[in-house]
Write a protein that binds this ligand. Structure first.
Ligand SMILES: Nc1nc(=O)c2c([nH]1)NC[C@@H]1CN(c3ccc(C(=O)N[C@@H](CCC(=O)O)C(=O)O)cc3)CN21
Ligand SMILES: CC(C)C(=O)C(=O)O
Ligand SMILES: [Mg+2]
Length: 268
């Protein structure tokens, strides 16, 4: 089993993908991916919302439990949804604890800022491993005014470097860097002892993460920094159309999919 302590051991980059259900988690786990993230990106990627803001604690807990049931080796990280942390310190820690106790997550991720340093410390103290998340934090979309690249100016870049250090000092075991310049991500990686995991943050991180829909080509849209490594959507379209065709023409179900019980009589 992957542990939060062992993440940066070895020279290979850390691999992380999201999953929101058991069959997807099983595929990700069997492929040997190190970390499976039950991201609040499920809002867009699985639940049909147009942002991550409506995602509830119960939705993340239910999906995390499903993913944990299907995962043997990978580290399971639950993404704390909007307002499940950050409003009240004690409530934040309790919610994070529930994701470990009730949903079987191994760790939580929180979208970070100056306000989450103490939260990270408190969670770590009670035994909840925390993955920090800096750069583009989609839960702040209304404040940021869009999903734009972060840390592009000197002051903003230095703030990200400082916050990364603060969260590492507070006990975060890893740090996601989203949609920031590659040289900034490289500088943060250089400065930290804990591993960085990039998304739209260039190659100089200790690992990479993508939303599973984007990686396998399931969605109609994906962000500019993602790459499709397959085309699951067109595979599904083909299969669904073939099923419709077979039912419509009477070709399915065939004899091998049906059973006539000879013992039965007089049913009409
Ligand atoms: N399928 C999926 N993949 C993701 O990576 C993802 C989600 N969903 N949902 C939650 C957030 C949202 N993310 C996003 C969303 C949009 C852009 C994007 O289009 N950026 C453009 C335009 C920015 C703007 O002007 O608003 C860019 O060029 O930076 C990037 C990341 C990343 N996350
Ligand atoms: C893209 C990753 C880092 C994330 O936070 C999510 O999937 O919700
Ligand atoms: Mg997220």
């Amino acid at each position: 089993m992957t542990t939060t302590r062992g993440l940066r051991e070895g020279d290979d980059p850390i691999t992380m993908l999201t999953a929101y259900d058991a069959p997807t988690a099983a595929v990700v786990d069997e492929a040997g991916i190190d970390v499976v993230l039950v991201g609040d990106s499920m809002g867009n990627a699985a639940l049909g919302y147009d942002s991550t803001l409506p995602v509830t604690f119960d939705e993340v807990a239910s999906r995390t439990a499903a993913v944990a049931r299907a995962t043997e080796d990978a580290l399971v990280v639950a993404d704390m949804p909007f307002l499940s942390f950050g409003v009240d310190e004690a409530e934040s820690v309790r919610n994070a604890g529930r994701l470990l106790k009730e949903a079987n997550a191994d760790a939580v991720k929180i979208e970070s800022g100056p306000h989450t340093v103490e939260t990270t410390r408190r969670m770590t103290e009670v035994g909840i491993p925390v993955m920090a998340h800096l750069g583009l934090t989609p839960q702040h979309v209304n404040r940021l005014g869009g999903y734009t690249r972060q840390g592009t100016e000197q002051e903003a870049a230095e703030e990200i470097i400082d916050l990364a250090g603060d969260h590492a000092d507070a006990g975060a075991f890893a740090l996601v860097l989203e949609h920031v310049p590659a040289n900034l991500a490289g500088a943060v990686t250089e400065a930290l002892e804990v591993p960085t995991i990039g998304i739209g943050a260039g190659p100089d991180c200790d690992g990479q993460v993508l939303v599973i829909n984007d990686a396998v080509g399931l969605g109609e849209w994906s962000p500019p920094f993602a790459r499709r490594f397959g085309n699951v959507r067109s595979e599904m379209v083909d299969a669904v159309e073939a099923y419709k065709e077979a039912v419509t023409t009477g070709e399915f179900p065939a004899e091998e999919h049906s059973h006539v019980e000879e013992e039965l009589e007089d049913l009409y």
